[in-house]
Design a protein around this ligand. Structure first.
Ligand code: NAD
Ligand code: HJL
Length: 245
């Protein structure tokens, strides 16, 4: 699949919302595409195209600028995504392989298999990297090329500690910048974490997906700051930061 060109005016808008090059600081970008009625797919498990081809290219431009890309098991099972980077300044195969982010799959109950996936196929073609899977238990039948990382949980609540997770990815795998693409369960948690998320890049497609669509409304109200809008052919992109609560 080839991408359409990146709109010329997008990089200047995105610049201050991206990790700085050579930064060894932790940087988390939360990014996804939603409908006007805040849905990210037509229904649970249904892969739904919302982005115009030009904002799809933007997603690959964002991937180029991050060390890792994280999604939940619901998304990997529904979408079978490639999670590589297909955009590069000169589009060369070497550059694409080098800049493809490391896929990080939050699959605590071990439902997904790398073998046979689109990610696996791209890795074998040297067009993508193998994943790190975040699990609650290291499986007995480990898959070839996969790295397993134990989920870090709060002792008192038992819930996933996102701060420790990003710290561990940084310390153990040198993954400083992470872009988080979804799905809904992951997005809803992170919209309430202004101390963890450095920037928000949301594509809003000109469609309503309706009541049976998968919604991404957070459990509480969320204020944004440092807001910038880009207008494309059919989509708009909002770049912002989560305000401290
Ligand atoms: N439009 C977009 O930009 C976009 C992006 C990604 C996904 N999607 C869509 O979203 C849907 C999937 O969303 P979803 O909400 O079902 O799944 P999800 O991708 O958010 O994954 C949920 C799973 O991730 C793991 N997980 C998440 N948070 C966890 C935590 N705190 N502790 C432990 N494990 C945790 C669990 O295994 C959980 O079942 C699909 O339809 C997909 O097509 C759309
Ligand atoms: N930007 C964006 N626009 C969309 O319309 C849409 N459905 C997604 N969905 C995000 C989700 O993570 C998908 O699974 C990957 O975007 C697929 O990624 P690949 O191209 O296979 O690498 N993302």
């Amino acid at each position: 699949m080839s991408l359409v060109s990146l709109p010329q005016d997008l990089p200047s808008i995105l610049k201050s919302y991206l990790p700085t090059t050579n930064s060894d600081k932790k940087f988390v970008t939360l990014t996804y595409a939603q409908s006007i009625d805040a849905r990210i797919s037509k229904g649970p498990g249904i892969r739904t195209i919302i982005s115009h081809p030009e904002t799809k290219t933007m997603t690959h431009y964002l991937r180029y600028h991050h060390d890792g890309i994280l999604i939940g098991s619901g998304t990997v099972l529904a979408d079978d995504p490639g999670l590589n980077c297909k955009w590069a300044p000169d589009g060369s195969q070497e550059e694409i392989q080098e800049h493809s982010p490391r896929p990080i799959i939050l699959d605590t109950s071990g439902k997904w298999k790398f073998t046979g996936s689109k990610m696996h196929e791209l890795f074998l073609q040297q067009q993508g990297k193998p994943p790190i899977i975040i699990v609650d238990k290291i499986p007995n039948d480990k898959e070839e090329y996969v790295e397993y990382m134990l989920a870090t949980r709060d002792i008192e609540t038992g819930s996933l500690n996102w701060f420790s997770l990003t710290k561990k990815l940084r310390e153990d795998y040198n993954i400083n910048s992470i872009m988080i693409e979804g799905g809904a369960k992951v997005i809803k948690q992170l919209l309430l974490k202004p101390d963890l998320v450095n920037s928000l890049v949301i594509t809003i497609g000109s469609t309503f997906l309706g009541k049976s669509g998968v919604e991404v409304s957070p459990d509480e109200s969320v204020e944004l700051s440092d807001i910038n809008w880009w207008k494309g052919t059919t989509d708009t992109v909002m770049c912002a930061r989560l305000s401290k609560r």
